[in-house]
Design a protein around this ligand. Structure first.
Ligand SMILES: C[S@@+](CC[C@H](N)C(=O)[O-])C[C@H]1O[C@@H](n2cnc3c(N)ncnc32)[C@H](O)[C@@H]1O
Length: 275
């Protein structure tokens, strides 16, 4: 019997059907991260500039809390998995997209690192992930791919369950409050650090942020995302059972609400007086 090729690896066109603005489904990410877009993803994020702008932020958050076993649930092309492995963490790299995982494995291998990869959708993460981790990271504005509140709650419950009793979840997002309330305006300093790539929204309403990614060779891809408000995400984290949530703006402790391009939430499971 011959195995069928994984669909994520063979589809060649992003498929949004007849009405792209109507595509508001969690499953859509599998039809968005097609191999040709994935191959270009690293031009978009630019590993060296991103490493410079993030600095030691995630390493310091994890090390200051003695968190060594890390599950990267949105591995993408492997940037954070590789950074953390190089810094001495023990990392398991998960993602729901086979195309992304294949690229992450190749990127890491080119740096003499073999990733421990698991293909897993967040909504049923614990079907494939059986260990308990000190920390879970869900970075690069990934949580925005979940289109229903039920899916967001479900994913957070799965993350919570995959953490040890004093585990932490680090999850980030675009500053959608600012986009929804004042329009798009980005410093382009963080996350999408490639200097010849244009990233901008082509449609925003309270239920959809559709972004366009244009590359120097003229190719163009889209992503349909749900515009998460910051306090809404903080509320979901609280509801999921996390006891303390600290939100940074562009990696800083203090910020003016409208200023940051991105927020990072550090959510802790443990009760303060339980540690
Ligand atoms: C915007 S990319 C970010 C990748 C990487 N963390 C980075 O910062 O470059 C979002 C990633 O989340 C993954 N993803 C989206 N929805 C998912 C889901 N429901 N389950 C598992 N992975 C998902 C995608 O496959 C993709 O690799």
């Amino acid at each position: 019997m011959t195995a069928l090729p994984n669909r994520d690896l063979v589809i060649t066109e992003q498929d949004y059907g007849n009405d792209p603005l109507a595509k508001r489904e969690t499953d859509q990410y599998r039809a968005e991260y097609i191999m040709s877009f994935v191959e270009k993803w690293d031009q978009l994020i630019n590993w060296s500039s991103r490493a410079e702008t993030e600095g030691r932020f995630f390493i310091d958050v994890l090390k200051s809390r003695d968190k060594l076993q890390v599950l990267d649930v949105a591995t993408g092309t492997g940037f954070h998995s590789v950074q953390l492995i190089k810094a001495g963490f023990n990392v398991t790299s998960a993602d729901g997209s086979a195309a992304m995982l294949a690229k992450a494995f190749e990127n890491a291998k080119n740096k003499q690192i073999i990733l421990q990869t698991v293909k897993a959708d967040w909504r049923w993460l614990n079907r494939s992930i059986h260990n308990k981790f000190d920390a879970i990271i869900c970075l690069g504005n990934s949580f925005t791919h979940l289109f229903s509140e039920a899916d967001r709650r479900r994913a957070l419950a799965e993350f919570y369950a995959a953490l040890k009793h004093d585990g932490i979840l680090i999850i980030d997002q675009r500053n959608y409050d600012s986009i929804l309330d004042h329009g798009f305006n980005s410093k382009h300093r963080y996350y999408y650090c490639g200097d010849r790539v244009v990233v901008e929204p082509e449609h925003v309403d309270p239920g959809l942020a559709r972004f366009r990614y244009q590359f120097p060779d003229g190719t163009e891809f889209k992503l349909n995302m749900f515009p998460l408000r910051k306090n809404y995400v903080r509320g979901l984290l609280k509801d999921a059972g996390f006891q303390s949530i600290h939100t940074y703006g562009d990696f800083q402790e203090t910020y003016q609400e409208g200023d940051p391009d991105f927020f990072v939430h550090v959510a802790e499971k443990a009760y303060k007086n339980d540690q």
